[in-house]
Design a protein around this ligand. Structure first.
Ligand code: FES
Length: 113
C-alpha cells in the first residue's frame, strides 16, 4: 500500500530563523524543522541518534546540525551521523510553498480514522 503524506502547514518560512530550527509536535513525536543559511528546509525527528538529544537546539552549519549534548554532527538531508559516529535519525518530507512551510506526515490509518 502506498501512503501519501498529509501536508501540515507549520507556519511561515520567516518564523524559522536562518541557521535555526523550530520544534513541531506531531502524532509521531517532536520533529525538528531546520532552515539553513541559504533557505533550504529540512525536517528530522528531534531526537539525536546517539542519546536522544534535542537536535532542534543544536548549531546549524551548512546542511548539518551539531547535537547540543555531545556534539555529534547529523546530516540534515539523510539524518545520518557523520564521521566515525553511527546512527540515523528519521527524516520527513518538507517543502516551502508561498512562503509557508509544509511538513509531510504519514498518518497511520487508525489516527486518520
Ligand atoms: S545525544 Fe546527541 S551527541 Fe549525544
Amino acid at each position: 500500500m502506498t501512503r501519501h503524506p498529509t501536508w501540515l502547514d507549520i507556519g511561515a518560512l520567516a518564523d524559522i530563523p536562518r541557521r535555526g530550527a523550530r520544534q513541531v509536535a506531531t502524532p509521531d513525536g517532536p520533529i525538528a524543522v531546520f532552515r539553513t543559511h541559504d533557505d533550504a528546509v529540512f525536517a528530522i525527528e528531534d531526537r539525536c541518534p546517539h542519546k536522544g538529544g534535542p537536535l532542534s537546539q543544536g548549531i546549524v552549519h551548512g546542511a548539518s546540525v551539531t547535537c547540543p549534548l555531545h556534539n555529534w554532527v547529523i546530516d540534515l538531508q539523510t539524518g545520518a551521523a557523520q564521521g566515525a559516529d553511527e546512527g540515523c535519525a528519521r527524516t520527513l518530507p518538507v517543502r516551502v510553498s508561498d512562503d509557508r512551510v509544509l511538513l509531510g506526515l504519514h498518518m497511520a490509518a487508525e489516527q486518520a480514522a
